[in-house]
Design a protein around this ligand. Structure first.
Ligand SMILES: [Zn+2]
Length: 290
């Protein structure tokens, strides 16, 4: 399998965008900007993600700084961060989730990076050890404390997401915190001292009371809600009866590959885990689908 998500572009923290646009530069290479405030991105009046030109961004946010994110359609993309969503700009502010399925995977990933950098900057303006202000550390993706010189790097939270399979069935659950009525795979955060494989076994035991054999790594996905890295697995059922915890999981059941309920979209790692399982079962042909 290969991830449908792009490799992360290099991230030169010290190449903030501050040059004057070179009018002789071909439009192919001219930079694009995403405007970020808090958890939101600036979209146009019809709700489409707005990729601003340099002229537009200088007019709307002349004071703000920009961070390089990567490339989209061969054009460099920068994030322009405002402290908060302001109402005196054209268009509308929207959460990234609203763009899922509307923008391509590269742009979704860049938008997610923009939100995570912005959030990290806001959350690390002061040192957690001594309380003094921090400042950006030149040449590094870090802030450093102005007094005790403690460094702060962006932090990610690794999570596992696992689709349990049992012949031509897979286990799908409804999560208490899910905003939508999806049935999906099981997920949970890696805890201190755990290998991600340990997390797979522990979370599955805790959430649905099952044991699984040999988790197989499938792929990963940055998930910027807020700073997660999802690590996807398939695992074959080994033993036990489904017993939902009633807390994180509302219901869980076995579903045959050709009779699935509403599942997450293919832009998500959960959707890709499920689609891969379904494709495998289809490829087995009639003998495989008893
Ligand atoms: Zn400090």
């Amino acid at each position: 399998m290969s991830s449908r998500w792009p490799k992360k572009a290099w991230m030169p923290w010290d190449t903030r965008y501050n040059r004057v646009a070179d009018e002789t530069t071909s439009s192919v290479n001219r930079p694009l900007f995403l405007m970020v405030a808090g958890e939101q991105l600036l979209c146009n009046d019809t709700g489409e993600l707005w990729l601003l030109s340099e002229a537009e961004v200088r007019q709307l946010a002349p004071e703000a700084e920009s961070d390089f994110l990567g490339y989209w359609a061969s054009r460099p993309v920068y994030a322009r961060q405002l402290d908060r969503a302001v109402s005196n700009v054209p268009g509308q502010w929207q959460e990234l989730r609203a763009q899922m399925g509307l923008i391509d995977e590269t742009l979704f990933a860049l938008s997610g990076s923009a939100l995570q950098w912005a959030r990290w900057r806001i959350d690390h303006r002061f040192c957690g050890r001594c309380g003094s202000p921090t400042r950006p550390l030149p040449g590094e993706p870090a802030h450093v404390c102005s007094r005790c010189e403690l460094r702060f790097y962006p932090r990610l939270s690794p999570c596992m997401i696992t689709l349990i399979t049992r012949g031509d069935h897979c286990l799908l659950a409804r999560h208490a915190r899910s905003r939508k009525a999806f049935h999906t795979a099981l997920a949970g955060f890696v805890e201190i001292g755990e290998r991600v494989e340990d997390t797979v076994h522990r979370e599955i035991r805790e959430e649905v009371g099952l044991r699984v054999a040999d988790p197989r790594y499938f792929g990963s996905q940055p998930w910027p809600f807020p700073g997660q890295l999802m690590l996807g697995f398939h695992a074959e059922y080994a033993s036990g009866d489904i017993q939902v915890d009633g807390d994180e999981i509302l219901e869980a059941d076995w579903w045959r590959y050709d009779r699935l309920p509403m599942v997450p979209p293919p832009e998500t790692l959960a959707g890709q885990l499920i689609a891969h399982f379904v494709a495998q079962q289809h490829n087995k042909g009639p003998q495989g689908s008893t």
